[in-house]
Design a protein around this ligand. Structure first.
Ligand SMILES: Cc1cc2nc3c(=O)[nH]c(=O)nc-3n(C[C@H](O)[C@H](O)[C@H](O)COP(=O)(O)OP(=O)(O)OC[C@H]3O[C@@H](n4cnc5c(N)ncnc54)[C@H](O)[C@@H]3O)c2cc1C
Length: 183
């Protein structure tokens, strides 16, 4: 491709949500002389097939923190890059059938609270109040996450791509990386 720059500070291979998000965040940090190569169309890989669930639950502090960051990014991204997209913040109820599972929820809630998230432990009656159609006879309780939701993964990727391009980053579609060498 003749319009590819001859030099770039970073070359990202793959235009799924991860590669495009990396390009967007580099551009936002001021690294705008970066290039993303996608051998097909953006989102042609796993990103195209993703259901688009956006949970924050994790037993890992750092994973939870990344997921929390994502929910905050997605809330403002459409307006920030002027690319409207479908992001629904629905909340979720994660069901616990045993004391051990409830203990795991309590630990996750503690991590979440320390990261500024509003996770709640629900009793069976509180679950029923939020979702009346549920049978609670075999439940010990639940973890409620008001920030849980879903997003359209293709729209999200295109929004990140627009934000990156607007800041000066380059995206080359239908441009496979054919080799990598280090000097
Ligand atoms: C059925 C399904 C449901 C899912 N549901 C969810 C969900 O609900 N929530 C969630 O968070 N995650 C979900 N996931 C996981 C999510 O889709 C992936 O974690 C995510 O899309 C990975 O993004 P990626 O950018 O790493 O990879 P990809 O989207 O696969 O992107 C890699 C890109 O690299 C390109 N590429 C490969 N080789 C080259 C090359 N040599 N040169 C140039 N480009 C190249 C490919 O064409 C591709 O576009 C789901 C996945 C699947 C399959």
């Amino acid at each position: 491709m003749s319009d590819l720059p001859g030099h770039a500070r970073v070359v990202i291979i793959g235009g799924g949500v991860v590669g495009v998000s990396a390009l967007y965040h580099l551009a936002r940090a001021g690294w705008t002389d970066c290039v993303l190569l996608e051998k097909n169309e953006l989102t042609a890989g796993s990103t195209w097939h993703a259901a688009g669930n956006v949970p924050t639950f994790s037993t890992s502090w750092s994973l939870m923190n990344m997921q929390r960051y994502s929910t905050e990014l997605y809330r403002g991204l459409g307006a920030a890059v002027d690319y409207p997209m479908n992001y629904h913040v629905t909340g979720s109820i994660r069901l616990g059938h045993s004391d051990e599972r409830m203990q795991e929820f309590a630990r996750a809630r503690g991590m979440g609270l320390s990261q500024g998230m509003a996770l709640e432990i629900l009793t069976p009656d509180e679950i029923k109040a939020k979702y009346p159609f549920i049978e609670t006879h075999d439940l010990k309780g639940a973890l409620y996450d008001p920030a849980d939701g879903d997003i359209d993964p293709a729209q999200l990727t295109q929004a990140l791509a627009k934000g990156a391009r607007d800041l000066g980053a380059t995206i080359a579609r239908f441009c496979p990386a054919t080799g990598v060498s280090r000097e």
